[in-house]
Design a protein. Structure first.
Length: 315
């Protein structure tokens, strides 16, 4: 009899312990999931706020402009992702914050289809530095955003770049005539063939930038994108820009047809070149093709500049 009661007593306690442990596990699991979900929401909201801050910087204006540094409450990781999928590709950013000694889970991506952010694919800092500059090919295509957090040191840059850095008062960027005078830890940007100790070399003759063992090509304001971006991010953003350029060329081609019909053929001599430009940029596979594309764009710009009463995009 005692043995039977003892067995029943032990089984009851064992059942209670099992059920109690299961309830405790579920409670802990729910709490962890809730905290994780809240963290994801917070990181997603931070990325959204960053995107909101960037919007007025890259919209409007025909000249380069810089703003005060973007300051985060804590050390933050910003992930820059680029994809060429779809009509115009897409740009997305994610954020992760350092909380104590632990990095929070990345938030959901904040995606846009009309922003072009040139930066490392991962920036880790409390401050980000930003400036924007329009890109033309030959008409205005978009305002580009250049973002960095590390130190840069430009050694004997061209007068145009030196004046722009100085006029915009770009932060965390130094200019010197000797790489040995660059601040410690700087990314040294030098002219090709000048110094072996430089991290980034610019060949203004070939319109190329070599970084991390890879060479990419630029035209116009894209030189800054080639300097500040990871090569993969740069190539992707340029392909996105060319997709946009192609669509704009087709729109200007249609506009030219309307103007020509109403003005006895004015601007009709641009239509063939606009069609070629639209086709050529849409098929871009590498930035090495930018030289030929720019040559065509310059020809279009010259022709359009000669028209006084039926301009398509000029003043």
């Amino acid at each position: 009899m005692k043995n039977k009661k003892g067995l029943e007593f032990s089984f009851g306690w064992l059942f209670a312990l099992v059920v109690g442990a299961a309830i405790l596990f579920l409670a802990i699991y729910a709490a962890v999931k809730f905290i994780s979900s809240e963290q994801t929401v917070q990181e997603t909201e931070a990325a959204k706020q960053l995107e909101t801050i960037l919007t007025p910087i890259e919209t409007g204006g025909e000249e380069a402009k810089a703003v005060a540094p973007i300051v985060f409450p804590a050390v933050t990781r910003v992930y820059n992702n680029c994809s060429t999928d779809g009509n115009f590709g897409e740009q997305s950013i994610r954020v992760s914050t350092l909380f104590g000694n632990k990095w929070q889970e990345q938030g959901l991506p904040i995606t846009s289809y009309d922003k072009y952010i040139f930066s490392p694919d991962l920036m880790q800092a409390k401050e980000l530095y930003v400036f924007s500059k329009p890109f033309e090919m030959p008409f205005k295509v978009a305002n580009l955003l250049f973002i960095w957090s590390d130190k840069y040191c430009f050694v004997n840059p061209t007068p145009e770049i030196e004046n722009e850095i100085t006029d915009l008062n770009l932060k965390n960027i130094n200019i010197t005539d000797n790489p040995n005078l660059c601040p410690k830890g700087s990314n040294k940007v030098c002219n090709a063939g000048d110094y072996a100790i430089c991290n980034i070399t610019v060949d203004s003759g070939a319109h190329s930038v070599t970084k991390n063992g890879r060479t990419v090509y630029y035209e116009g304001s894209l030189i800054y994108g080639a300097i500040f971006s990871e090569p993969d991010v740069y190539e992707c953003q340029v392909k996105r820009l060319m997709k946009r350029t192609s669509e704009l060329a087709l729109l200007y081609n249609a506009k030219s047809g309307l103007i020509a019909a109403e003005s006895e053929g004015c601007s009709s001599n641009l239509q063939g070149d606009l069609g070629v430009l639209a086709m050529q940029v849409a098929g871009l596979t590498s930035t090495s093709e930018l030289v030929a594309i720019n040559f065509l764009a310059e020809g279009l710009s010259e022709k359009e500049g000669q028209m006084k009463n039926c301009k398509l995009w000029g003043n």
